[in-house]
Design a binder for this molecule. Structure first.
Ligand SMILES: *[C@@H]1O[C@H](CO)[C@@H](O)[C@H](O)[C@H]1NC(C)=O
Ligand SMILES: *[C@@H]1O[C@H](CO)[C@@H](O)[C@H](O)[C@H]1NC(C)=O
Ligand SMILES: *[C@@H]1O[C@H](CO)[C@@H](O)[C@H](O)[C@H]1NC(C)=O
Ligand SMILES: *[C@@H]1O[C@H](CO)[C@@H](O)[C@H](O)[C@H]1NC(C)=O
Ligand SMILES: *[C@@H]1O[C@H](CO)[C@@H](O)[C@H](O)[C@H]1NC(C)=O
Ligand SMILES: *[C@@H]1O[C@H](CO)[C@@H](O)[C@H](O)[C@H]1NC(C)=O
Length: 412
């Protein structure tokens, strides 16, 4: 027989279910072809709701949340564009936004996209697998439809993981370390590619004799000419280098004039994307520490399992007026879906980050404006076209493109 007390609890529970207040209604609504607007960030979901945590192989999106005892948010899940801030989000999309899956590529990481406007070509990299893969890729945007082909520089550069365009050259963060590849030894470092001659030059390959770990991503401060880069430890985890980390994870500023390398931060678990605000007063660095592994060589190359309670936040730092140092580290955005991988800033100051199955667009306070949703894990992205209003996205299993009104910064 039921005790009076538990009968009372059941009544109370039923009352609470009936009395759920403040539920976002509707949670989401159609805002255009393949555009879905989420109201008030879905701040109060009807019980019972649940979103499974992401894993290395399955990254959940907000649309995977089930609500009200199991209803799927089908329109949210399938939309190309998920708008959270209606006013600013629809402005970013403009009147005729489009998303197109353009190239099917391998499940390898695809990274370091750099647009060379004078050639109307987009260079990008493909990392392992297979181990030891040496060429890069290039998308020729002069062709209709665009073509994708392999590209080999002279000398070849192993595993660019980040890149930008500066002073007529592609600057790569090369993340591979190998005694014998492409006709010689290669160590993690900064390289420059002249896209007119296909010749490459090394800019930096050591820190007082030590190998860098991974040089993952980089950005040039156009005011000072310094190259800022992040140095997490992924190349060891993912078997892109033959030497276990000799340095802690850190972010650096390299002065090409003097050759000096300055550590700017060593507090981030795995520093990854790096980008400047348009006026170079702020630098953003993402922490992808929730994708990590042990550095002790006794575990071999451990891969990078995802840990949902690890670090996956974009931080902002103020840059001193002379462009030399940073201060005032603050958390800006915790990437919900996966880790904030590639990081770039639009001409208007909005911050874009790859976040598992898509790209999130944030304002400078870290407020999510909209998400571009993909069916593959996005590592990085770059703007192309005469007005820099086409965004190419790439990652594990796909290369796609977005046409919208959000222009990229002009890189000179
Ligand atoms: C959550 O995901 C795990 C695997 O990633 C799966 O085994 C489990 O069934 C999922 N749980 C729910 C409630 O979907
Ligand atoms: C969920 O299911 C319970 C039990 O069947 C029911 O009392 C409740 O009203 C349902 N909630 C919603 C939001 O449909
Ligand atoms: C080094 O390069 C060779 C190809 O020259 C490749 O077979 C090997 O897997 C590479 N090792 C590492 C750790 O990158
Ligand atoms: C550079 O490489 C591209 C692609 O392989 C090729 O089409 C072009 O002719 C090369 N340029 C020079 C100057 O060798
Ligand atoms: C995940 O990270 C948390 C710290 O955020 C740690 O306590 C936990 O042990 C980690 N889990 C695994 C499986 O490594
Ligand atoms: C993504 O969708 C496209 C069609 O839009 C399909 O061709 C492709 O195989 C899908 N890719 C993955 C990784 O699911």
């Amino acid at each position: 027989m039921r005790s009076p007390r538990s009968a009372y609890s059941l009544l109370l529970l039923a009352g609470l279910v009936r009395a759920q207040t403040g539920v976002t209604d509707p949670i989401a609504e159609n805002c255009g072809p393949s555009v879905v607007c989420v109201n008030k960030y879905a701040n109060v979901l009807p019980y019972h709701f649940f979103r499974n945590v992401s894993t290395s192989s399955v990254q959940t999106t907000f649309g995977d949340t089930t609500v009200a005892n199991g209803t799927s948010l089908d329109n949210v899940k399938s939309a190309d564009f998920l708008v959270f801030d209606k006013e600013r989000g629809l402005k970013v999309l403009g009147s005729n936004p489009s998303y197109e899956y353009v190239f099917e590529v391998s499940k390898a990481v695809h990274e370091a996209p750099v647009y060379v406007a004078s050639q109307n070509k987009l260079y990008l990299s493909q990392l392992a697998p297979p181990p030891g893969y040496l060429p890069q890729l290039v998308i020729d945007l002069n062709q209709d439809p665009p073509t994708l082909s392999e590209f080999l520089s002279d000398p070849p550069v192993y595993a660019p993981n980040g890149g930008t365009f500066h002073d007529g050259k592609i600057i790569w963060g090369a993340s591979g370390g190998n005694n014998s590849i492409g006709g010689g030894e290669q160590r993690v470092g900064l390289r420059a590619l002249d896209p007119n001659t296909n010749k490459t030059t090394s800019l930096l390959n050591n820190y007082f004799g030590f190998y860098f770990n991974t040089i993952d991503d980089l950005a040039v401060n156009q005011k000072t000419g310094d190259i800022w880069f992040t140095d997490p430890q992924y190349s060891w985890f993912n078997e892109l280098t033959d030497t276990p980390p000799q340095l802690p994870c850190a972010s650096y500023r390299y002065s090409p004039k003097s050759g000096a390398v300055f550590v700017v931060d060593d507090t981030i678990a795995q520093p990854n994307g790096i980008a400047f605000s348009p006026d170079y007063s702020v630098v953003y660095i993402s922490d992808t520490g929730s994708v990590s592994g042990p550095v002790d060589p006794k575990y071999g190359h451990p891969g990078t399992p995802f840990n949902a309670t690890g670090h996956r936040t974009i931080y902002a730092f103020d840059i001193s007026p002379d462009g030399a140092t940073v201060s005032n580290k603050r958390a800006l955005y915790l990437a919900p879906g996966y880790v904030p991988d590639g990081l770039k800033v639009a001409a208007n100051g909005y911050i874009l980050t790859g976040n598992g199955r898509g790209v999130d667009v944030l304002d400078p306070h870290g407020q999510l404006i909209l998400t571009v949703q993909t069916n593959y894990t996005v590592q990085n992205f770059a703007w192309t076209g005469p007005e820099l209003k086409t965004l190419w996205l790439m990652g594990q299993g796909g290369i796609s493109k977005v046409e919208w009104e959000l222009a990229g910064p002009e890189l000179k």
